[in-house]
Structure formats: structure tokens, C-alpha cells
Design a protein around this ligand. Structure first.
Ligand code: BTN
Length: 329
């Protein structure tokens, strides 16, 4: 680990507390002048570090810059910290992750960015990804599963994100089929799973699970066309909860739920969190809007609907809208 990161680990571990330059210098076996130089560097990266004569340095409790050191503090599996690729600005973390996957040996790589210039959403949409306001995260997995189970990875991820949000923000998180995570009936997270195929066999080589979470955007921060639908985990002020903490919890819950993907056990929880089940819904079928009632989500993650003529259908992709005044103002 670099000296700079070691300093950040010390500051993150004792966030809000003043630590003398001398103490840090002794611990890292470098001069106090060198510490000062690295503190300046960390500040240039955006970290809010307070310095008081005779007291030393303190990482501000409101500091919220993504860092491996900050994430590692909350990671269950400490080894995963070595797999984090953190960048300031990228086109899309899914794109970066894909390139890493193509180069090989990429299982459990975690790509993160402060900002995306071309964040990708489902169905060809874009994902609004302003700097320092959200979590833009892609996890590379080498799935040991058949294709059917690979689609369940997205479903399981939605459950993991809900658990993580509830843990750090103490708010109820729900799921709108397929994989939008909602807080107070606003979409706070979207998931885009992409496959990297083995050219020769056509089999899935890697799965890239892209997770975008709106952390602390205000309503007016969102582009007008999504203002009615989009929300944030924290509407404005997250207090001392940081994005690093939520990233770590998402990663923790993600790998925990992935253990259960094969046996589908997480489906019960997915269903409990569903805002679509037993609701009147509409979906697009060959340019025609069809009204139906959502009656089940099967073990493959398909939405089972009953049409008005009594016909039962299973939907495996796309989107449904819930009838009525669904998204709260
Ligand atoms: C959706 O709701 O349409 C899915 C949005 C997925 C956004 C995330 S942000 C991290 C990753 N990188 C991307 O370009 N997209 C996903």
C-alpha cells in the first residue's frame, strides 16, 4: 500500500479525531515534512482534512470522498479491498469492467468511479451520474452457473442493494420488477447486468453487474425528465454516513447473496420487497399496451401476470408500470 493510502487509513480509522503529525510519522517511519506533503496531496484529491497546531490532523466527519481505505473499514472480506479499481471519472464503470474482464483473471474485480460521463441504463437509456453524488459500481463475476441462473444474478443484486441501504440509512427499500430499488416510492438504484462471452464457445465468460445508486441528490439535481421517478437514499444530507460505507455494505451483501443464487432462497425476500406483486400493471407487447395483474414472480425471476381475458403470461424482461399514482410526489 502506498504511503498516501496508509495515511488515509490512519485518518479514516480515527475519523473526527486529531492525530499528531509526529504520531503518524513514527508509525509510518517517515518525516513530518513528508506527512505534510501527503496531506496536501490528499486535500488535492478532495479529502477534507482539518489541521490544528499542536493537535495535528483530523479527517472531517463529513468527508465523503471514495477511497479504498474508507471502503475497507466496512468490508467483511478484507481481501476484496485489493480488487477495487477506483477512478475519478470514466465513461461507464461497466465499460471499464468489461475491458478488465476481457484481459482475464478478473473474478470479483470491483470498479468504482466518482463520476460517469456515459453511464448506461437498461433498454438503451442513460444513467445520470454526477460527480460525488452517487455510487457507480461494477462487479465482475465469473459465474459458475448456467445462463438461467446468470439472469438471477441481477435479481439477487437488487435484494443485496436493499439490505445494504436499509443497514446504512435505516429506510425501507423495495423492488420494482425487474430490478429498480425504490425508497419512498422513488427509484434510488438501477442495475444493469451485462455478459462478456467467450468468443469460441459462446458461453458466458464473465458477468458485469453494474449498480448505480443515487446517494444524496436533491430533486432539482435530477434531469427534468426523471424528476418524478428518481430519488436518493438520502435526500440531500447524509450526515456522517458516507458513500464508502454504502459501497462496502453493497459489496458485503452482494457476495453473501451470491452464495444463495443457485438455490434461489433469496427469491422469498425479493417477493416480500416487490411493489409490483398483486398490483394492476401495464406492459408493452409489440407496440401495444396490455393491462394485467401481477400474480407471482417465479423462481427464475419471471413476472407472472394475468391478463384481463384470463390468460396467464410470464414476462422475462422489459418493464412494467404500476397503474395509479405510483410514484409519490
Ligand atoms: C437502469 O436502471 O436502467 C440501470 C442503471 C445502471 C447504472 C449503473 S452505474 C454503474 C454501472 N455503469 C454503467 O454505465 N451503468 C451501471
Amino acid at each position: 500500500m502506498s504511503i498516501k493510502n496508509k495515511i488515509l487509513v490512519i485518518l479514516e480509522t480515527r475519523k473526527g479525531e486529531y492525530i499528531s503529525g509526529e504520531e503518524i510519522a513514527t508509525e509510518l517511519k517517515i518525516s513530518r515534512t513528508a506527512i505534510w506533503k501527503w496531506i496536501k496531496d490528499l486535500r488535492n484529491d478532495g479529502h477534507k482534512i482539518n489541521a490544528v497546531t499542536n493537535k495535528g490532523y483530523s479527517l472531517d466527519t463529513l468527508n465523503d470522498v471514495l477511497s479504498v481505505a474508507g471502503i475497507k473499514l466496512f468490508l467483511q472480506d478484507q481481501k476484496l479491498a485489493e480488487n477495487i479499481v477506483l477512478q475519478k471519472i470514466v465513461d461507464s464503470t461497466n465499460q471499464v469492467a468489461k475491458k478488465i474482464a476481457i484481459d482475464g483473471n478478473a473474478d470479483k474485480t470491483i470498479v468504482l468511479a466518482e463520476e460517469q460521463t456515459a453511464g448506461k441504463g437498461r433498454l438503451g437509456r442513460s444513467f445520470f451520474s454526477p460527480s460525488a453524488k452517487g455510487i457507480y459500481l461494477s462487479i465482475v463475476l465469473k459465474p459458475n452457473l448456467n445462463l438461467e441462473n446468470a439472469t438471477l444474478i441481477t435479481t439477487a443484486t437488487a435484494v443485496a442493494v436493499c439490505q445494504a441501504i436499509e443497514k446504512v440509512a435505516q429506510v425501507k427499500a423495495e423492488i420494482k420488477w425487474v430490478n429498480d430499488v425504490l425508497v419512498k416510492r422513488k427509484k434510488v438504484c438501477g442495475i444493469l447486468t451485462e455478459a462478456v462471452l467467450d468468443f469460441e464457445s459462446g458461453n458466458i465468460d464473465y458477468v458485469i453487474v453494474g449498480i448505480g445508486i443515487n446517494f444524496n441528490n436533491k430533486k432539482k439535481d435530477f434531469p427534468e425528465d426523471v424528476q418524478k421517478v428518481a430519488g436518493s437514499v438520502f435526500s440531500g444530507d447524509a450526515g456522517s454516513v458516507t458513500r464508502n460505507q454504502l459501497v462496502a455494505e453493497v459489496v458485503n451483501m452482494f457476495f453473501a447473496v451470491m452464495e444463495k443464487v443457485g438455490d434461489g432462497k433469496f427469491m422469498e425476500e425479493y417477493k416480500k420487497r416487490s411493489v409490483v406483486l398483486n398490483q394492476h400493471v401495464e406492459f408493452l407487447d409489440k407496440n401495444e399496451m396490455i393491462a394485467a395483474t401481477a400474480i407471482d414472480i417465479d423462481n427464475g425471476g419471471e413476472l407472472v401476470v394475468r391478463l384481463e381475458n384470463g390468460e396467464i403470461r410470464s414476462l422475462n424482461s422489459g418493464e412494467v408500470s404500476v397503474k395509479g399514482n405510483f410514484y409519490h410526489e
